[in-house]
Design a protein around this ligand. Structure first.
Ligand code: GUN
Ligand code: ZN
Length: 437
């Protein structure tokens, strides 16, 4: 891991140590109103009150003054399609129509390596603008899509996971692979990219409707052959899709059971949506260690349904937050938190601001099983972090003046904030080119 700067950052500091939904707040997070984050060689050396830590720094150690702003770990987006960047904000009356009318035609363009490379660069710039430092990313069925993404992410030294989509039916002919072709591509891509610097490979069967039994069997074999790789797919997003999955796999108890039968439920398996689940599905998710990616802007935009936060919590199911761009309508994890809050409200459930910020940082790292490296400021973690501006807009500044507690301030950021509030994004202690206002 090529590394970076050694210096300290003085600001209000926040990071999570546990889920505020399951432990007392004083054990869930650390907040230093006037704090110091000390970064050495791209990693967190220590955090604490500035008044204590400043005196411990060697003479001449650079201190970057960001007092007035909040520094927290970079956001983690656990489900996003880089190949759908150009079709964000395209209408569709449900996900299946949207796939047919916008997604598949757009994804065909990624056969061209130069197109894939150009979109990957824009996409990674956009993630940085939004303060997202790690994501679990879908490519397309084309080998070029995965290579272009990994190449761009490697150049920026990002911790990213991605995969080439596997789909051999239920989509236009020219977008289909074969089980054997997918096996070869995944083996070669995983060999080249998994564990290369900060990158991870994700085995990526698109969803049950676009993979034959033979292909899901190959996905299961690949998952066994690469126990540390991610698995990513979609599950139970829309009722029409659930009915089709059950018709294609009549021997399966439920949609989720399709993935289970092929050995695709385990730790580091992330399923987007998980809306139309029953109690047994949720228990199976919890027991297997797989995680759901809750994608509120996508679920509302495509009219898919409401993620049941209370039922997921009651089942002990792991979940995190995700944008699902381009079904999702924003790259911003702040906007995503805001919509997650409203999805809970619609079901008379509560998601606090602390919980939302947890889900977008340490919660995402836990879902990805990367919490020993990212998602918090524990000593030794990689120094990927962001600087949030309380005065990003006149309205935010005005609202912040009236906010008395940390929780009130976080709430204002998540309801009123977006990429304008992300003043700087640091990767391994280095600024990603966004300058302070
Ligand atoms: N289900 C299968 N593919 C997709 C996709 O690209 N986006 C969403 N939201 N759902 C899917
Ligand atoms: Zn998706």
């Amino acid at each position: 891991m090529a590394a970076a700067e050694s210096r300290a950052f003085r600001a209000s500091l926040l990071h999570f140590r546990d889920d505020p939904g399951s432990v007392r707040a004083d054990r869930a997070f650390e907040h230093f109103e006037d704090g110091l984050l000390v970064v050495e060689n791209g990693r967190v050396a220590r955090v604490g009150p500035a008044k204590d830590l400043l005196a411990t720094l060697p003479p001449g150690f650079e201190v970057v003054d960001r007092r007035g702003s909040l520094i927290l770990p970079g956001f983690i987006d656990t489900h996003i399609h880089y190949s759908q960047t150009d079709i964000i904000a395209s209408p569709g009356h449900n996900v299946l129509h949207w796939l047919e009318n916008y997604t598949f035609p757009e994804e065909a363009r990624f056969a061209e390596a130069s197109h894939a490379a150009e979109v990957a660069e824009f996409f990674l710039d956009e993630l940085a603008r939004n303060g997202t430092t790690t994501a679990l990313v879908f490519g397309t069925v084309h080998r070029a899509s995965a290579d272009a993404f990994f190449t761009a992410a490697a150049r920026r030294n990002l911790r990213m996971a991605a995969g080439q989509v596997m789909m051999d039916r239920g989509c236009p002919e020219h977008l289909r692979d074969t089980p054997e072709g997918a096996r070869r591509d995944v083996r070669e891509l995983a060999e080249r990219w998994d564990g290369n610097g900060r990158l991870h490979y994700a085995i990526t069967p698109r969803f049950a409707l676009t993979s034959s039994e033979a292909q899901l069997r190959v996905a299961g074999e690949l998952a066994r052959a690469h126990p540390n790789a991610f698995i990513q797919s979609h599950a139970a997003e829309h009722l029409e899709e659930v009915a089709s999955a059950c018709a294609l796999f009549p021997e399966c108890r439920s949609y989720l059971d399709v993935y289970d039968r092929f050995g695709l439920l385990r730790e580091r398996a992330i399923y987007a949506h998980c809306l139309h689940f029953d109690a047994e599905d949720r228990k199976r998710m919890a027991d297997s260690g797989a995680a759901a990616a809750f994608c509120p802007t996508s679920n509302l935009f495509l009219g898919s349904g409401l993620f049941d936060v209370a039922a997921a919590d009651a089942a002990g199911m792991l979940y995190s937050l995700a944008t699902d761009v381009g079904g999702g309508t924003s790259f911003s994890m702040l906007r995503t938190m805001s919509e997650a809050y409203k999805v809970a409200q619609l079901q008379d459930q509560r998601l606090t601001a602390l919980r939302c910020f947890y889900l977008a940082t340490l919660g995402g790292a836990r879902a990805l099983r990367l919490d020993d490296r990212i998602g918090s400021f524990e000593a030794g973690c990689e120094a990927d972090f962001i600087v949030l501006d309380p005065a990003a807009t006149p309205l935010l500044e005005r609202r912040m003046r009236a906010a008395k507690t940390l929780e009130e301030r976080l709430f204002a950021w998540m309801i009123l904030g977006d990429e304008r509030a992300v003043k700087e994004t640091y990767v391994l202690g280095e600024n990603r080119g966004l300058t302070p206002n």
